[in-house]
Ligand binder design. Sequence first.
Ligand SMILES: Cc1ncc(COP(=O)(O)O)c(C=O)c1O
Length: 470
Amino acid sequence: MTDKRDVYGPIHGRPSFRDHIDRGVFPEHGIDPDEAYELLHTGLMLDGRETLNLASFVTTWMEPQAEKLIHDTIRKNHIDHEEYPAASLVEEAAVHMLGDLFHAPDNAKVVGVATIGSSEAIMLGLLAHKRTWRNRRAAAGLPTDRPNVVFGAETHVVWDKFANYFDVEMRKIPMKKDRFVISADDVEPLVDENTIAVGAVLGTTHVGESDPIEEINDLLVRIKKEKGWDVPLHVDGASGAFIAPFAEPDFRFDFRLEQVASINASGHKYGLVYPGVGWLIFRDSTKLPEDLVFSVNYLGGAQPTFTFNFSRGSAMIQAQLYNFLRLGRSGYTAIVETMLANARFLNESLVASGKFEILNPGLAEPVVTFTLKGDPGFDVYHLSSRLREDGWIVPAYSLPPDAEETHLLRVVVRLDLSRLMIEQLLKDLFLAYEGLAAEQPTHKQARKPDVWTSPAHAAAKSKARTGLAK
Ligand SMILES: Cc1ncc(COP(=O)(O)O)c(C=O)c1O
């Protein structure tokens, strides 16, 4: 047990700062709260700085008033609708505001749900499409044992997860060496009467481009006419669905397109909220089969639920509505235009240097992906590692098959990355480039990528540091 003296002594002289803490054993006794705080707070300093983490799409800055609201609502369990009706009305308002933003033909009929992020939203959306397909086939006396889902390798691993977890055949279109999005021609031969949905991405994970959503929609409209298969299109707008409506309001990716049945968006990415909120929006209630919606009454009232988790925090949902009210279309537009201008500046500076090649010149979102031109004697993994020494976290990775020979760097421009900081990033990047060019590490080493900076090494290091299997 903690010695009584220790509670009054300086924190940094207490046993918890000196003794080995066995992370595999549940602690027998507690410690003073200031001590617990300081111990964990100092430990967090090993992490990178959030604003310099250019690997992540997830929001790292919100206004102090939003943070106050988050703090005000941190104790509320969002599922307790009866006890916290005001809090749950906020979710409904946000769903309909998004229905409006995404041009639902009849916003009164829009249904949707706040999720933990886009991953949950995508899985729930695809589950709804699977159930609709199954119900329709069962009613017609047709087999229901071979559902499939069609999407491209350019999207997020959650699509593979859905297929795996929910026993749906994955018809995944590989990347091409020089083309990192899918086309309607790729999709057409894969669609059949057992296709529960086709996925198209607005803001691809690996490269930051957009699939040709309208072209894929038109294909599905034609298939419906010619073959009678009503295949829904799910738009994965994890990052792009909070960019396109403000950057390019006339760009048709949403419910203006006939086959778009559902859209997901990450509130915690360009919805500009801290981690823990995503959105799934259905064109109308017919796209969400009633037999997937559960109703519970033991918290008082009748509560429909369509989420994987029951309890969840309310704070980030409140914070989302804060942003909608605080920023409105004009505020989001100002921020989105600034982020795109900064991304464009970074993009153009990299091209002007003659050292890099940009993979997504179209900038479907404020993300810059680039490779090294020629063979400068080092690779993107060296560059990523060198930038880390200056505090910048810029991930290096390879693309999925069949474009796995492309090794790239990705910078996600978020609202807290100013032009001033991008100029500094460029300076550091060019300095790192020159240093590595002088050292020629790939020519000196037998292996490529460098074993000390490769993704495999990073995973092993992370495992060794945390003691957790990744
Ligand atoms: C296209 C796409 N879909 C889905 C996801 C998963 O989103 P979340 O992290 O909100 O679960 C991501 C994450 O980066 C993404 O880029």
